[in-house]
Design a protein around this ligand. Sequence first.
Ligand SMILES: [Zn+2]
Length: 127
Amino acid sequence: MARKSGKKAAEKAERKTATRTAPEAGTPEPLSQERWKCPVSHCDGWVSHVGSDEIAFWGCGECGSVWLDKDNLVREAREIVARFPYRAAFHEDVGGRLRPSRMIGFPGNSEKVEGEPVDTYPDFERG
Ligand SMILES: [Zn+2]
């Protein structure tokens, strides 16, 4: 789906985070290796970390949504699972901490996601 331009959102995030530093230390695995299923309704894309010494954010290459704070991405992931329980397959809850599922594919779930209502959040930047 081409609801929004991902490039435009990334540029916007870059402007807003120009003074940010690299992601905080102490995360269990390198952020750059995590791929989250996008928690935006109707989006079947993937969210990955875009980071350097100057900028850092989480972005979906499909719908262009951007999260400057991983906690907000995880919060939205929990919320979308509450709305659409089949999305629970996209994640693992390990000791109360949500992380991306290690599964490779999710048979049948793309069709379900595409049947969800189109998200109406007014901005690329979601938190
Ligand atoms: Zn998306």
